[in-house]
Each structure stands twice: as C-alpha cells, then as structure tokens.
Design a protein around this ligand. Structure first.
Ligand code: HSE
Length: 428
C-alpha cells in the first residue's frame, strides 16, 4: 500500500494546529514508518482568516465540517473540534456514512454517543480511534486494548484532569485556598470554556467511562459515573490529609464488582508515598491492573499541543499502516450493558465535621457512626475557636451506603454545624 493516507482536519485549535505541524514537519519520518505518505488534503474551522502560525494554503478549506467529512479526497476524518453534540457529532456521523475512518480527541462526544458511533462505524467497516481523548499524550488506550489484551482487567485508576491536579497540588505547596488557585488556573488558560467540566470532574469522568468500556467490554455508560468535583476541598482538608500521610487527588476508579460496574470520579485520599500521591501539577497518571501483569503505571502530559497531537498521530499512523481494531477493543455488537454499582467496594473514609464544643457532642457523633456499623480508626481535633471544634475522623473500612446513612443522621444530632466532608481513602 503506497497511496498516501489523506487526512481532513476539522478544528484548528491547539490540537488541530499541532497535528498540522507534525504532518508538515515530519513528513519523511511518517512516510518511512507507515510505508506511505501521510498528507492533509482539507481543513475546516470556524474562522478562515485567523493566523494560526501554520501554513494552511496547501489545503482545501471547508466552512462546514460535514462537507469536509464527505470529501472524496479525505480518507480519515480527524475531529478535533470538541463538543458532544452539534457539529462534532454531525460531522463524525457523516464521515462514517461516507466511508471514512475517524480519529478524534473528543471525550465528551464518545462518552455520550460512543456506543452508537461504534456500532455505526463497525457496521460500515470503519474504525474510530481516540487515543487523544484520554490522558492527552499518554498511550493509555493502546496499552489497555493492545498491550494488556491477554489480561482480565481488575481495576483502572487515574488522575486524568491536569487542571484539578494543578489546583490541588498548588493548594498544598502554596498554602492557598481553592478560590485563589481556581483564579490562577483561569489566568493561565488551563480551564475549559465551561470550568465545571474540569473542577466538577466531568471531563475526567468522560475519560474514565471510555477506559471502563475497553477494560470491561461494556457499553460506554458515562451517566453511571459517580461524579464529585473538587470545589469543596479546603486548604484545611489538604493540610489534615498531609498530616496523616495522604494527598488529595481527583481520582477516577473503575472496577467490575460482584454487583456490577463501579465507576467513580471523586476527590480521594491516597498515600503521599504512592505514585499517585507523588503526582504534581498538570501531569496525568493512569494505573492499569490486570490479573497477569499486576500493575502498570503510566505517567505523562494530559494536555497541550504536542502531547495531544502526538496521540492523534499515533492513531493516524495505525490507520496508515493498516492496523485496525474494533472501537472499544471488541466488536461493538458484543459489548454488554453493565449493571451500575454505586461505590460498593468498602474503604476507609476521612470525615471532617465542625462540632459544637460542649460535653457529649463527640459521643453523639461516635454513637451515630457505631449505629451505622462504622468503626472509628483514628480521630483528631484541631484549632478550636470559641464555639466549634473541627474534628477529623478516619474510619475503618465501610461502605458508602453505611456512611451515607450516618451522614444523613448527623445533622439531626444538633451538635454539628455545616455539611460534613467525607472523602474516600483509596487503596492504591
Ligand atoms: N482540561 C483537561 C485537563 C484537558 O485539564 O486535563 C482536556 O481534557
């Protein structure tokens, strides 16, 4: 096969421009590795006249990404626009209908429509590749679907939103509160246009749902990901966790349990000496566990032009070489619908309560926990003010259901002000 592989790129933001740069600057290397030239024939974006710092005049221009997807001189539709509905979805569907392969960086699109798109693509004999959608430059999709194909996957964990990890690690290193670091991340341009995608855990939840589908052979089910963002994490939580030998991370975990598929994206405590605990700044980390390999830890840049375009090009090169896999590693028609299981795996929890400083108050809380079947492992009190005493409790292993029962009863005791904070301590 020596015909060029012809790309049509929809979206000329950071990722699209990164792809144009690689194709232009590394043409000879790509052709040697693929055994055929890899070229761009057409591009599409919102504004034609914007200076993007790359030469685009060699390529045909389409205002409409759907028209780009349907062009006869495009073999692979590279979708790097973003958005889970609207033009990205329309153009991806059009590309499949027109017999094109698709490479996308769009986690939201696949989290919401991945199963339907995979069914359509495979029925048409096309592939959809999405390495760039999860953990930026880390080749996690390839690791899971190819390198670990001989394993039963037991658990997948990861810090997959660099912005949240940046905020949390800077809170710790600078001793600043969440709001100050949110503003800093905003000024640095780290936040998505809708910041809740980052700090609300949604972007990372999208990524987790895609990994779960590959790991467990299930249909993508983003709606069943238990989501909790980092907005309520205080500098006190960061410091208390550090005192006890933990770091707080926005951690995604998915595992198949006896009761179904557990998918969680939430702030958790992890040991500060663990690889996840040591992860600083905007870097991502994914931990893959399989019955044969035991544990593989992948660490790398989760965003940015070079890393994300690198991931897109890895997918393009597979297609150029003729390497084709089902979208989620096994035929989409065989992917099962998993029963969602909400945090059934027991774990120790960190609780922070603001307790009235009067006789018997702590005893009442201890009684409620005991009645819910929750055993206290460690307890500390810090920084009394005139009327309240912050209390930290680390429980022995308990289920989220038992914990929720206790958390619902605690306000009725009349000795706790505000909402208790409850964070899972993940065994990593
Ligand atoms: N906003 C994401 C992050 C990158 O901060 O990691 C794109 O998914």
């Amino acid at each position: 096969m020596t015909d060029p592989l012809r790309l049509g790129i929809a979206g000329l933001g950071t990722v699209g421009v990164g792809v144009v740069r690689i194709v232009r600057q590394k043409a000879a290397l790509l052709a040697e590795r693929a055994g055929r030239p890899v070229v761009i024939t057409a591009v599409s974006a919102r504004s034609k006249d914007k200076d993007r710092g790359v030469t685009l005049s060699d390529y045909a221009w389409e205002d409409d990404p759907v028209a780009l997807a349907q062009r006869d001189d495009v073999d692979v539709f590279v979708e790097v626009m973003g958005g889970h509905d609207g033009p990205a979805k329309d153009a991806t569907e059009a590309a499949i209908a027109a017999g094109k392969d698709v490479v996308t960086a769009n986690k939201a699109l696949l989290a919401h429509h991945g199963h339907a798109l995979a069914l359509a693509a495979e029925a048409a004999g096309r592939v959809i590749r999405f390495e760039a959608a999860v953990a930026g430059g880390i080749p996690v999709i390839k690791s899971l679907s190819e390198g670990l194909a001989g394993n039963e996957i037991t658990r997948v964990m990861g810090v997959m939103n660099g912005t949240c990890n940046y905020i949390l690690t800077r809170m710790q290193s600078e001793g600043l509160g969440y709001n100050a670091l949110f503003e800093e991340a905003n000024k640095l341009g780290f936040l998505e246009a809708d910041p809740n995608l980052d700090v609300g855990g949604i972007d990372a939840g999208h990524k987790l749902s895609l990994l779960a589908a590959i790991a467990f052979g299930t249909q993508v089910d983003f709606d069943s990901v238990e989501l909790e963002g980092i907005q309520n994490i205080t500098i006190e939580d960061i410091n208390h966790a550090a005192d006890m030998g933990y770091r707080i991370k926005l951690l995604g975990v998915c595992q198949m349990t006896g009761r179904g598929l557990e998918q969680r994206m939430s702030p958790c405590l992890v040991p500060d000496s663990s690889p996840l605990g040591q992860l600083e700044g905007g870097t991502n980390m994914v931990v893959l566990e399989g019955d044969q390999v035991e544990q593989v830890v992948l660490r790398g840049p989760g965003a940015g032009m070079g890393p994300t375009a690198s991931a897109v090009m890895g997918d393009v090169m597979d297609i150029a070489r003729g390497f084709r896999l089902p979208v989620f590693g096994k035929p989409a028609t065989t992917l099962t619908r998993a029963t969602p299981a909400r945090a059934v795996t027991p774990a120790p929890y960190y609780l922070r309560l603001s307790l009235e400083d009067k006789p018997g108050a702590l005893a009442k809380v201890a009684t409620v926990l005991g009645e819910a079947g929750i055993s206290i492992d460690r307890m500390r009190q810090y920084d009394h003010d005139a009327t309240t005493a912050p209390v930290l409790i680390v429980t022995h292993k308990t289920t989220r259901a038992d914990l929720d029962a206790a958390l619902q009863a605690i306000p009725r005791l009349g000795v706790v002000s505000g909402t208790p904070v409850a964070l899972r301590i993940e065994q990593v």
